[in-house]
Design a protein around this ligand. Structure first.
Ligand code: AHG
Ligand code: MN
Ligand code: MN
Length: 340
């Protein structure tokens, strides 16, 4: 079925329909998601040109037109900040690429009730080698009064306060997936009309799966419990669906997306050198924890639910485990070894 088939809803049509289910809805959230969709389309165009940098000019240098070529993460960051600043539905943002949050000081932005946090380009080490990368975002209701400038308190909220979260994958096709309390839905960019069209309605993560995703290079820094779980994945007998398959792209957007659809577990544990692991709580882990939970899966830091963690700073890192419930249960059984 062609995506342009009129039976298929576009992202705008879908969010507006969802909004209509709430008589009190103002349309702000729908507008915010549309803004993010627009930034994603612009980033997508640029990602598709990434292989041409040698011809057009390297990042940080001048291109043939004498313009400076931007690194893709900076470009993606500017697009996200730009659409949200110009839009009417966001009072401020925090980004993995910026040291501090940004308060939008125009009166229209300050009247809005939402703030947005994002990782503009996830998996950036994969850019130059044509492997899928993505954008991750989450939207919160601000805690400071509407009409005033946002403060750090609006950003240091636990993930259980998320209103909507999502991601975009720039891959073999470009997909935007977002979750609200009503569920998780995926939209594929239809290049013929330049619109995201509903392609993955009501995504549910299978209860169990056969894929585990972890960077094995960190093995010697893993805890005993972590090693035990990985060994179980590798030695599980056939009657229990084993051994599992290891898949690790190094773009968590793509790794978690695959596991969300097929069933599986993604892990970035703390190691002896880096007890908090690598991933950022606010920009990467909370959004995926929210999406996974809304799809029926789970996410923890090995000890507690990710969404209940109270952040203390914007760029905080945390160990991260996310995936199918039954696999998460077995992982926790193994990690309990570390607390003995
Ligand atoms: P970013 O590109 O935003 O810095 O994030 C990359 C992250 C994540 O996407 C991925 O899962 C992880 O880094 C890979 O890290 P390792 O190379 O250490 O496995
Ligand atoms: Mn990232
Ligand atoms: Mn990034």
């Amino acid at each position: 079925m062609a995506l342009t088939n009129r039976q298929v809803l576009t992202l705008d049509e879908f969010t507006i329909r969802e909004m209509r289910a709430f008589p009190k809805a103002t349309g702000e959230l729908a507008a915010l998601l549309r803004d993010i969709g627009l930034a994603a389309k612009r980033v997508n165009v640029e990602v598709n040109k990434a292989g041409l940098v040698d011809i057009l000019g390297d990042a940080g240098h001048m291109n043939v037109q004498g313009e400076e070529v931007k690194k893709l993460d900076d470009f993606a960051n500017e697009q996200m900040v730009g659409v949200l600043r110009h839009g009417i539905s966001c009072a401020g943002i925090a980004s993995e690429e910026l040291d501090n949050f940004v308060m939008f000081d125009d009166t229209i932005s300050q009247q809005s009730k939402y703030i947005c946090m994002f990782d503009p380009l996830d998996g950036s080490s994969n850019i130059d080698v044509n492997v899928s990368i993505g954008t991750i975002f989450s939207i919160y209701r601000r805690v400071t009064p509407v009409g005033t400038p946002v403060t750090i308190d609006d950003f240091l909220q636990p993930g259980n306060r998320i209103v909507a979260a999502g991601y975009v994958i720039y891959g073999s096709s470009t997909i935007l997936v977002y979750a609200t309390k009503r569920g998780v839905n995926g939209f594929t960019l239809d290049p013929s009309i330049g619109e995201f069209s509903l392609s993955h309605p009501d995504i549910k993560c299978p209860e169990t799966g056969k894929i585990y995703s972890i960077n094995h290079g960190n093995w010697y820094g893993f805890s005993d419990g972590m090693k035990e779980y990985v060994e179980r994945c590798q030695t599980k007998d056939k009657s229990k669906g084993g051994p599992y398959t290891q898949r690790y792209i190094g773009s968590m957007v793509s790794d978690v997306h695959r596991n969300l659809i097929k069933g599986g577990i993604f892990m970035y544990p703390g190691t002896t050198d880096k007890p908090a692991g690598k991933l950022r709580l606010l920009y990467e882990c909370n959004p995926f924890a929210y999406i996974m939970e809304k799809a029926g899966g789970r996410a923890t830091d090995g000890k507690m639910r990710i969404l209940d963690k109270m952040p203390t700073k914007l760029h905080e890192r945390t160990p991260f485990f996310v995936g199918s419930v039954k696999m998460m249960d077995e992982l926790e059984e193994c990690l309990a070894i570390d607390n003995k």
